[in-house]
Design a protein around this ligand. Structure first.
Ligand SMILES: [Zn+2]
Length: 236
């Protein structure tokens, strides 16, 4: 039996998943039977978690639409990730995870997370997966995920914050960079014995992580961080 032929065109940021010669045009795709439209999309390398709407022959269809011979399919990116903005970040994006926490976003991360664990936690705790490994986003159970395009750590923060529209929701120093715990104000007397002499002398306001007990104050690290954040924001 002769296989069927359809054509796929991916729009905007979905082109990032294609080879250069596949962009800005309809890609031929041959197939047996009548697969659901989301299957060939993944076969062409685009994770379902990044896909929004489909149009077939210029009419909007559901992801369960069954592909027909001769169809011309257009695929559009998903524009927002609905629901709470909570994350689980892949092992090799530790720096990004740190900044997400420092800017107040609930972010699960460990350097020994397994793919299966990331997927399960994402579903169970409704966390958005951030990863450089697009294959991870092909897992069936995942509905919320974003493939971080750039490999450069310093570019990842501006990319993700811009694409997921996070700048408007930042709350600097709400969460601990080390453990994701909430940071609370703490009386100086309660922690004074843990401070270095100069810190004790020059600072009056202190904060402590409810998770791991790490102590924070608005010293030189804080100034440096705020400067870095400003650079990231201007980069976006
Ligand atoms: Zn902590």
């Amino acid at each position: 039996m002769k296989p069927h032929l359809a054509h796929f065109r991916f729009h905007d940021c979905l082109e990032d998943f294609l080879l250069p010669e596949q962009r800005k045009q309809f890609i031929p795709y041959s197939f047996p039977g009548n697969p659901a439209i989301k299957d060939p999309v993944e076969a062409l390398g685009v994770p379902h978690s990044e896909v929004g709407d489909f149009e077939v022959n210029r009419r909007s269809v559901e992801p369960g639409y069954q592909l027909q011979d001769g169809d011309r399919v257009e695929v559009f990116p998903r524009h927002s990730l609905d629901g709470e903005t909570r994350f689980i970040v892949d092992v090799n994006l530790g720096r990004l995870a740190r900044y997400l926490r420092l800017l107040g976003f609930d972010t699960a991360w460990r350097n020994d997370l397994l793919d299966a664990e990331i997927a399960q936690t994402s579903v169970k705790e409704e966390r958005i997966i951030l990863t450089r490994d697009r294959r991870l986003l092909f897992r069936r159970e995942i509905t919320r995920g974003y493939w971080v395009r750039t490999v450069l750590p310093d570019r990842q923060v501006p990319e993700v914050f811009k694409r997921l529209d996070l700048w408007q929701d930042i709350q600097p120093f709400r969460r601990c960079a080390i453990c994701n715990g909430l940071i609370q104000v703490v009386a100086k007397e309660a922690i004074v014995d843990k401070l270095e002499p100069l810190t004790r002398k020059y600072y009056q306001e202190f904060y402590r992580c409810a998770g791991c007990g790490q102590i924070y104050w608005k010293g030189s690290h804080y100034a440096k961080l705020m400067k870095k954040i400003e650079q990231f924001r201007n980069h976006a």
